[in-house]
Write a protein that binds this ligand. Structure first.
Ligand code: HEC
Length: 166
């Protein structure tokens, strides 16, 4: 058995479609551990502090090496030469639905590979929610703040050089 004509995985196989020995799954079949239900369009679980905390933890483990803890895209791996991802604080990604982040984690995006195997679906939603919080941390309308939040903001701003935002 060991010494016989055979293909190894990923070997070229000219007589088969796509010229490769590794075959695609038969249409209508799934891998044993593959989830069957379609991914929801909006957050399918309760939004609470625990979800955000989980998202932050998973984000810092899996995403911050490239996207940076701040989400600006200059993480350590990028500083060592990996292509820089776009900032999460752009107009386009601020307006992207949560589902977009879940899809990028699931499928990968351009040179970013898929995290499907490493980040289970629930954690993808948690990370997406946390990215939204990160975006808000850099871009929130002053008018939407409560009086006490405005007071805290004023305290934290070096007041000699700045005026309160209009
Ligand atoms: C190894 C580096 C690396 C890691 C780790 C990484 N990314 Fe990325 N990510 C990239 C790069 C590079 C791009 C830009 C890809 C391109 O445009 O070709 C990108 C793009 C994106 C985008 C932008 C998609 C768009 O619409 O422009 C999102 C969102 C994203 N990543 C989310 C994540 C999340 C969430 C994680 C963690 C689960 C993660 N990334 C982990 C490198 C990484």
């Amino acid at each position: 058995m060991r010494f016989q004509p055979k293909y190894n995985t990923y070997e070229a196989a000219p007589q088969w479609p796509e010229n490769q020995a590794a075959r695609r799954t038969v249409p209508g079949t799934v891998a044993r551990d593959e989830r069957l239900e379609p991914i929801a369009d909006t957050l399918p679980m309760t939004f609470d502090q625990a979800l955000l905390d989980r998202g932050q933890e998973r984000f810092e483990i899996f995403c911050s090496p490239c996207h940076a803890a701040s989400g600006y895209g200059n993480g350590m791996v990028v500083q060592r030469g990996f292509p820089a991802p776009p900032s999460f604080h752009s107009e386009r990604l601020r307006n992207a639905p949560l589902r977009h982040f879940v899809d990028v984690i699931t499928e990968g995006y351009g040179v970013m590979y898929s995290y499907r195997d490493r980040v289970p679906l629930e954690d993808r939603w948690a990370i997406a929610t946390y990215i939204r919080a990160l975006q808000l941390s850099q871009h929130v309308a002053y008018d939407s703040l409560s009086a006490s939040q405005r007071a805290r903001l004023a305290d934290s701003v070096d007041d000699s050089s700045r005026e309160a935002p209009q």
